[in-house]
Design a binder for this molecule. Structure first.
Ligand code: C2O
Ligand code: CU
Length: 493
């Protein structure tokens, strides 16, 4: 077997040229209007401050009390060159413990932020320095991995730039999608209690695209870059310019269907890794997934819409290349119902395809607990063992199959690795989060080349909190806190 090109050739060739820059989330490029420009703070030798604290944030049309990294959500956008070092100082000003997880990054396990597994959670009032190499270029994000904190404002984007960027474009915009309820008369812990205690809610949210139940929570707000549709983010540039959109779903319980009025989208990356480009009108993004798309701007003012799939509501932003009124947030966007990207469309760029021939196959079932309330991720034989530890060996190629035995879709995420989705003839995209619909079976290959204890879980926050969690463990790194309970994302017992 040829040695798979897992650390991409580019990363190996151009590694070690690190620099970190801290930008406001949102646009990067010449022009920005609509929201106040935020300063660019070069922090080459200092740590990016991640001050987790209770705060009032402005969603545009209203303010809410929540927890965030700084005074807004998303938190600071962190940028680093592939091979460079990310250095961030977490100060925990929350009334409970926390961690930061660097979602999608092939990271040192001690920096992965998995509470009770790879990190002892940072106590209230304490500080922790995250410092790690970001080996692969791409669009990643960071978020709290304790309790339901992710469904507050505890997330931000990490962009790892390619020093030999092969894509040609004129500017790039970060587009972060989120579902929001914190500080609106409820909070995520209250919602978790409701979901735990009422497995069959009165009103079921359904989606044909998602193959059944769409989600548990009918959120009062859906946001793009922390803004409601009533006071949207406005992206401004000139007609004819080519823009790279970095789309991130930081939501807890919502898949978004994204389209841009009067434009087609050329998909170039999934979960950070390049694919053979495919041009579509819309794409569906599950929690934890990222997509990069290229778009050539037309002349006018256009709606950028992210439908909350199955929830009859949307997130909304404006793309402007000329004067004139912004479209109404409820404007119809026919692109949303045209050609939708599917998993089968996606084929990894040959530079990141790790080949095939797994040494070990593990069949996992996404299920409900025997009492009908919790959610499980385990083998058919040991479904209720939560979390199940899947043992593998260092250097082994492991084939994981996920069978969904529930009536709801699940975005399944593996820490510390990207896997090769097995599509037709084995060729699919490289991803770290993949949607598995009801009755579907999705197969992925993982190369066990990053020894440690790694979480494998549904990225529906309420499912992982209620038990849809396993671990993949190998090498001799012992778990950080072997005694602490790790029932869900929380690790707080
Ligand atoms: Cu983005 Cu374990 O998660
Ligand atoms: Cu799930």
């Amino acid at each position: 077997m040829p040695v798979p090109s897992h650390p991409t050739r580019r990363a190996l060739l151009f590694g070690a040229v690190g620099s970190v820059a801290l930008l406001g989330a949102g646009t990067r490029g010449p022009l920005r209007t609509g929201t106040a420009p935020r300063p660019v703070i070069p922090v080459a030798d200092t740590a990016v401050p991640l001050d987790a604290a209770p705060v009032t944030v402005d969603l545009g049309s209203r303010t809410v009390r929540t927890w965030a990294y700084g005074d807004r959500a998303p938190g600071p956008e962190i940028r680093v060159t592939a091979g460079g070092t990310v250095s961030a100082r977490l100060r925990n000003g929350l009334p409970q413990e926390t961690t930061v997880h660097w979602h999608g990054v092939r990271i040192d396990p001690a920096m992965d932020g998995a509470p009770g597994l790879s990190q002892v959670p940072v106590a209230s009032g304490d500080t922790f320095d995250y410092r790690f190499t970001a080996p692969d270029p791409g669009t990643f994000f960071y978020h709290s991995h304790v309790g339901t904190q992710l469904d507050r404002g505890m997330y931000g984007v990490l962009v790892v730039e390619d020093p030999a960027e092969p894509l040609g474009y004129d500017a790039e915009w970060t587009v972060v999608l989120d579902d929001w309820l914190d500080g609106t008369g409820t909070d995520p812990d209250t919602e978790l209690g409701t979901i735990r205690d009422t497995p069959r809610p009165a009103r079921t949210l359904r989606s044909r695209l998602l193959g059944g139940t769409a989600g548990h929570v009918d959120y009062p707000h859906y946001l793009i870059n922390g803004r409601t549709p009533q006071a949207p983010e406005e992206f401004t540039d000139s007609p004819g310019r080519r823009i790279r959109l970095r789309l991130v779903n930081a939501g807890a319980d919502t898949a978004f269907r994204v389209g841009l009025g009067d434009h087609r989208l050329t998909v170039t990356h999934t979960d950070g890794f390049p694919v053979l480009p495919v041009t579509v009108d819309a794409l569906l993004i599950g929690m934890g997934e990222r997509y990069d798309v290229l778009v050539t701007l037309a002349d006018g003012v256009f709606p950028l819409v992210a439908e909350a799939e199955g929830k009859d509501a949307r997130a909304f932003a404006v793309v402007r290349t000329s004067g004139g009124d912004a479209p109404d947030p409820s404007v119809s966007v026919p692109e949303l119902d045209r050609r939708l990207l599917t998993l089968a469309d996606l084929v990894a760029d040959p530079s990141v395809d790790p080949g095939d021939a797994p040494a070990r196959a593990v069949d996992l079932v996404l299920g409900r607990g025997r009492n009908g309330t919790g959610w499980t991720l385990g083998t058919a034989a040991a479904r209720d063992v939560t979390p199940l530890r899947v043992p593998v060996s260092v250097g082994e190629r492991v084939r994981l199959s996920f069978t969904n035995a529930t009536r709801m879709w699940h975005p399944v995420h593996l820490h510390g690795h990207t896997f090769q989705v097995r599509g037709e003839e084995g060729r699919g995209p490289r991803k770290d989060t993949v949607i598995v619909r009801p009755r579907e079976r999705v197969t992925v290959d993982v190369l066990a080349e990053n020894p440690g204890e790694w979480m494998l879980h549904c990225h529906n926050l309420y499912h992982s909190e209620l038990g849809m969690m396993a671990t993949l463990g190998y090498g001799d790194t012992p778990p950080a806190a072997p005694d602490s309970s790790m029932g869900g994302m929380s690790g707080t017992g």
